[in-house]
Design a protein around this ligand. Structure first.
Ligand code: CAA
Length: 440
């Protein structure tokens, strides 16, 4: 069977930066280490006033198509995954296609365009759709363009404000891919949850603490479901395990839980899923509090073991390096984590061809998906082509006043004088609601 997977990837960050320890923490009266050590974040990427999900997605896709020498005729399908859409009818992919048609020869009239929504997991769902479309033989030799693009902004004063971010990831899904082959097996954990919602509102309503517990519970179900089709996972099976990363501290919790599962430790019969009341407490404990205390103590001890720390340093920590500098990109986040891991491998001379990744995606509301990927021979060239370090370096570092102004602009506050903090250079810029971006 011909391999199907990600042939190429490009990342586009919002052009502004919010320094968390230097600018955010003093304004909030918080210890900077709450952000750098607790949440694991140094900075967030932010969109300038001329950027939005369309421009960032189109800029990432443009870079990808240009680098790979593609024309619209090579693409049979464009799916945009986002939870920041501004149009309830016309999919964001049509706006993106309109941008790209200004630059490339030909058009996308032949292409099937859509928009995927299930919070942050929609990016991975779009990959799955593209994989299935190619596997079904409906692609007529063409590739799929999947774009995960979000402005992950929270209301000012919301606990989530420290985890904001903005950026896009464009991925080309093809037969015989250069970067990774996707596995046919997937595991799911899915339940109707109300921890994170955006019902016709600009910023989400979030129960942050509960969202953390729901993430862990769904992830554990997805891992068990994945094992039911792909066989047991062991800690040495995967070179890296990129997780959805709303902030690196979340992945620290998920990784510890996953590690406990894959080392098959049954010394405590249940796990943190108990905290949201879905599992009966083991009989050995008289009260829920006794059980919770024992569990915390056990997890703290496990975290300190040399074996765990080595596994974490090799398999998880390298997936977090870009996220630490950009915050949450919602649908793009797990794909940024994969790119971080492979960038780490390239920079450290690690031979990845034929090695496996365990990819753990998540969307609030809530669903987790686990699948595996095998790294392909062309991975080094693909990762070498990324210019993410330069993009991060070039961001404009906002003062607190700049931040408040640009936050209001993205909240569609029409009374704010729209200032541009950076000058667009050969990129699509926002051109008014409902219109496609203009290239400047
Ligand atoms: N030094 C070191 N560490 C410190 C510290 C200090 N001075 N002060 C606090 N910390 C640690 C805390 O102990 C805590 O770590 P642990 O969780 O390991 O104990 C961490 O820093 C964060 O501190 P708080 O829990 O006090 O932070 P908070 O309550 O202000 O915010 C949050 C945390 C509720 C998760 C908030 O960031 C939030 O609401 N985020 C948005 C929702 C979210 O991202 N949820 C994640 C799961 S849902 C998902 O993944 C989908 C998605 O993309 C949104």
């Amino acid at each position: 069977m011909t391999a199907v997977g990600i042939d190429a990837i490009e990342i586009w960050t919002g052009n502004l930066k919010l320094d968390l320890p230097g600018t955010f923490a003093p304004e909030k009266g918080e210890d900077p280490e709450k952000y750098t050590k607790g949440l694991g974040l140094n900075a967030s990427s932010f969109p300038d006033s001329y950027e939005d999900i369309v421009t960032m997605g189109a800029n990432a896709a443009h870079r990808l198509m240009e680098r790979k020498g593609l024309e619209p005729d090579d693409i049979g399908r464009i799916d945009v995954a986002t939870e920041s859409a501004f149009d309830n009818s016309k999919p964001v992919s049509t706006y993106v296609a309109g941008c790209l048609e200004q630059v490339f020869e030909g058009d996308f009239h032949h292409a099937n365009k859509g928009e995927r929504k299930f919070a942050c997991i929609a990016g991975t769902q779009s990959l799955d759709d593209a994989y299935n479309w190619i596997r079904a033989g409906r692609n007529r030799g063409r590739s799929a363009l999947v774009i995960a693009t979000d402005t992950a902004l929270y209301a000012r004063g919301d606990a989530g404000e420290a985890t904001q971010g903005a950026g896009a990831v464009a991925m080309l899904i093809s037969e015989d891919p250069n970067l990774v082959e996707l596995s046919a097996e997937q595991g799911y954990g899915s339940a109707d949850e109300t921890d994170f919602l955006k019902p016709n509102q600009q910023f989400p309503s979030v129960d942050g603490k509960r969202s953390v517990q729901v993430y862990l519970a769904r992830m554990r179900e997805a891992l068990e479901d994945y094992e039911s089709v792909a066989g047991d996972v062991h800690e040495e099976d995967f070179a890296y395990a990129p997780f959805h990363t709303p902030f690196p501290g979340m992945v620290r919790k998920a990784a510890l839980l996953a590690y406990r599962h894959v080392i098959r430790d049954t010394s405590l019969e249940d796990d943190l899923a108990d905290e949201i009341g879905r599992q009966p407490r083991p009989e050995a404990f008289d009260t829920d509090d006794d059980y919770r205390d024992a569990l915390r103590e056990y997890m703290d001890l496990l975290k300190e073991t040399e074996a765990y720390q080595e596994w974490y340093a090799e398999t998880i920590d390298p997936t977090l390096s870009i996220s630490r500098e950009v915050g949450n990109w919602y649908t793009g986040s797990v794909h940024v984590a994969r790119a971080s891991a492979l960038k780490h491998a390239l920079e450290n001379g690690r031979d990845m061809t034929g090695k496996a990744l365990l990819v753990a995606s998540y969307g609030s509301g809530a669903q987790a998906e686990i699948h595996s990927e095998v790294v392909r021979e062309g991975w080094e060239d693909e990762i070498e082509a990324l210019n993410v370090d330069e993009q991060l370096e070039d961001r404009y570092d906002m003062s607190w006043d700049d931040y408040e102004e640009v936050h209001d602009v993205h909240n569609h506050d029409m009374d704010v004088d729209v200032e541009e903090f950076t000058t667009p250079e050969s990129e699509f810029v926002f051109d008014g609601w409902g219109r496609m971006g203009e290239r400047k």
